[in-house]
Ligand binder design. Structure first.
Ligand code: BGC
Length: 463
């Protein structure tokens, strides 16, 4: 994979770095596609398999169990076999799962097929940003890494369109028997494309150096950054590798304990404030409020578009306003929207209000908690343990996602809760977690805008 822009020994070739970023970010696109495809299918799956609330939760969240597994093995595969190899494994898993998820005749078979794709998502959720960070020139690292979040939300929007299109092909009966199958199978095409594109990218310079292939590493770094910069970068990489043996138990030392609490806290709170209830169940929520299938899927497309639009805002603002102001504003918006939504659900309010609150929530999340949590996770941990610490945080992020997605239908339909709260309970609960998140940002999370990774690292050990 080459780029036709000229590259000189002094300036390097940014276009080449961007091309590699796009290929790696296709892993993020499939992460969005694979996790959100369920939203269009879940109602039909429910009728086809005759599912109760707990089984519906399981149908929606079984893939997430795979994600937890994928996040657990991603570090191992990418350190032993390479980043490229890990991404190839994830592309294969995406493909196999896409085809198989279209074939099952039992819920268990469906759940297994979905879990396989989940492992691919879990791997890509760590290795795509890792690969991008490792090939990116330092001054562009934040921006290029946030392309990955952009890819995730584009994947989500893409599959919302596909779901809407597929559901329009036949009537309700056709959709219950076949429509949902095509929704899953459609993912085979982007998965195949991802696989093919991966054949053309090199291993990351970091991995090459780790394997003692310093010349190859230097050649790639020089191609991207120019020779002078490459010499410096390779030196930093080799210093870091020399310290790699240091134990992850260092994270439990007093100075670093705080950074661990912040990383893990942000990962968990990104999920338990409810985002994926909307990403995975939006059409069901709209139907519960009186929309027909068609309209519900169209409203979901609007949700996906709003998500993309406000992610653009975050990408522009994250290095100007800083992480803290964005996060505080966004989380406040989420809390207000959820409170409004809870009240609307309590009084059985009209759809216009509900759509407004949902869009307000999505916009607030997309311009803050969505991308910024991933940015902070990639920059607050000390270099020596960054990979392992990120894996722990990402694993807990997926586990929290599983918890929320599995339990949403169960608490939303629990007869006692419905009698007391009229479907408002889940939204009230997520609003409460937003308050916890705001407190955490105000009292614990430092501003990292404009600081080098080394400066951030020193601030922890000094503390
Ligand atoms: C979250 C995903 C979520 C997506 C929605 C990401 O930052 O990690 O769980 O589905 O944003 O845009």
């Amino acid at each position: 994979m080459d780029s036709d822009s000229p590259h000189t020994a002094t300036t390097g070739n940014i276009r080449y770095a961007i091309t590699l970023t796009i290929v790696a970010a296709a892993g993020g696109l499939l992460f969005g596609y694979d996790t959100a495809v369920i939203s269009g299918a879940i109602g039909f799956l429910r009728s086809y398999f005759g599912l109760d609330a707990a089984q519906t939760g399981w149908a929606a969240s079984s893939a997430l169990v795979g994600c937890i597994l994928g996040a657990a093995v991603a570090g191992e595969i990418s350190d032993r076999q390479g980043r490229k190899a890990a991404l190839i494994v994830s592309a294969i898993l995406y493909f196999v799962s896409a085809v198989w998820s279209g074939l099952p005749s039992t819920l268990t078979e469906f759940a297994i097929a979905r879990m396989i794709g989940g492992v691919g998502v879990g791997i890509a959720s760590i290795v795509s940003p890792l690969y991008i960070a490792e090939i990116a020139p330092a001054r562009l690292r934040g921006t290029l890494v946030s392309y990955n979040q952009m890819a995730i939300v584009l994947g989500i929007l893409g599959v919302y369109f596909v779901n809407y299109y597929v559901a329009g092909i036949g009537n309700e009966e056709w959709n219950i028997n076949y429509g949902w199958r095509w929704m899953f199978v459609s993912e085979a095409f982007p998965a195949l494309l991802f696989f093919v594109m991966l054949m053309f990218i090199p291993e990351s310079p970091r991995f090459l150096a780790q394997r003692g292939r310093n010349e190859a590493s230097f050649a790639l770094l020089a191609r991207i950054n120019g020779e002078q910069q490459a010499t410096e970068e390779l030196q930093v990489i080799r210093d870091t590798i020399a310290h790699e043996g240091d134990s992850a138990l260092q994270l439990l030392k007093p100075g670093l304990r705080k950074v661990l609490v912040i990383g893990i806290g942000l990962a968990i709170l990104q999920q338990i404030t409810g985002i994926n209830v909307f990403m995975y169940y939006a059409p069901e929520i709209f139907k519960q409020l009186g929309s027909g299938t068609d309209v519900a899927l169209l409203q979901t497309v609007v949700v996906g578009a709003c998500n993309v639009l406000f992610t653009l805002v975050a990408i522009r603002m994250v290095d100007r306003w800083g992480r803290r102001p964005l996060m505080i504003m966004g989380t406040t918006g989420m809390a207000i929207s959820l409170t409004g939504l809870g009240t609307a659900a309590y009084y059985g309010s009209t759809q216009v209000w509900v759509l407004g609150f949902i869009l307000g929530y999505i916009a607030s999340f997309a311009m803050s908690v969505g991308p910024v949590v991933w940015v902070i996770l990639s920059e607050i941990f000390p270099t020596k343990i960054r990979g392992r610490a990120m894996s722990v945080a990402t694993l807990l992020l997926w586990a929290s996602n599983y918890l929320i997605s599995q339990t949403f239908p169960m608490i939303n339909e629990n007869p006692w809760l419905v009698q007391v709260f009229h479907h408002a309970f889940p939204f009230r609960l997520y609003a409460l977690f937003c308050l916890v998140l705001i407190a955490m940002i105000v009292f614990l999370v430092p501003e990292t805008k404009g600081r080098t990774l080394e400066e951030i690292e020193k601030s922890w050990t000094r503390a």
